[in-house]
Structure formats: C-alpha cells, structure tokens
Unconditional design. Structure first.
Length: 149
C-alpha cells in the first residue's frame, strides 16, 4: 500500500500512504508544509488496481487527528480520536459480578428507588397517603366543583 493515493469519502485527494504500523495507515499530506497523520485501517478501503485508499471520514476529521512526528506514533491516541476502544483499560466491573463505586451501572442513590416503591404502594415517607381526588381540578375552579365526571 506504500505510495497509494489517499482520497476522502467526498472525493478529495489528501495525500499518499507512507507507512503502515499496528492497526493504522500513516498518510503524508500537504503541498508545501507536509505533515503526517494516522488513520485506523477500519476507516479505509483499498483499491489495489487503482492504487487508491479511500477513507470514510472527511478531511477535517482526518487533519484534526494526532500527528505523527519524527517517527513517533501513538496508536492508542489515534484510536481514541476516531472513537475506537483500542488501548483502553479494563472496566472496573471485572470479576464475579462484583461492582465498584465508580461503576456506571450502579444506581447513584438507592433511597430514591425505595421512595418510589413506597409511593407506588400508597405510603409516603411520613406515613401519609398521597391525596386522591375524584374530580380533576382546573385553574378557574381549584375546588373541582364544576368538573365533569
């Protein structure tokens, strides 16, 4: 793939392939001030007969990604930029179903769940049942005398 032209999804030529490392393709672009950016192979489509690599993102998304400079390349930073989970740490919920306080699946406050359950059963925290009206109120007649049944 080295030397293949790189084209965006909206048919703009942005550069050519200069290297392939890990799960990324490194593209050099620019005419006067050249720079190199990496893009995950997941976002590329290769046409070997035309020697063209088509990327599925726009030029703006591509150029806003992490740069490759002096041969230094961070694949994890590139994956994070494109929304891929490559290189992230294991979640805090590993194990035998045990969770940790920072687990997003754990409810923030269990007292609210208990309060809603008590309300469904007809009892509030203070022991008083919620008011039940047999007529719907309106702004002009708050007592409900003129309400329809």
């Amino acid at each position: 793939m080295h030397g293949y032209d790189v084209v965006t999804c909206d048919d703009h030529k942005i550069g050519h392939v200069v290297d392939e490392r890990d799960a990324c393709v490194i593209v050099e672009h620019g005419h006067v001030f050249k720079s190199k950016h990496a893009i995950p192979r997941t976002f590329t489509s290769v046409d070997d007969t035309a020697k063209v690599v088509t990327i599925t993102v726009t030029k703006d998304v591509f150029t806003s990604g992490p740069k490759v400079s002096d041969g230094e390349f961070d694949c994890n930073a590139t994956m994070r930029h494109y929304g891929l989970v490559g290189g992230l740490e294991e979640p805090d919920t590993e194990g035998y179903g045990e969770t940790v306080p920072t687990d997003p699946a754990t409810a923030a406050d269990d007292s609210a769940v208990a309060q809603r359950a008590a309300m469904r059963e007809g009892a509030a925290d203070d022991g008083a049942a919620p008011a039940v009206h047999d007529r719907s109120r309106n702004a002009l007649d708050p007592t409900g005398v003129t309400s329809n049944h």
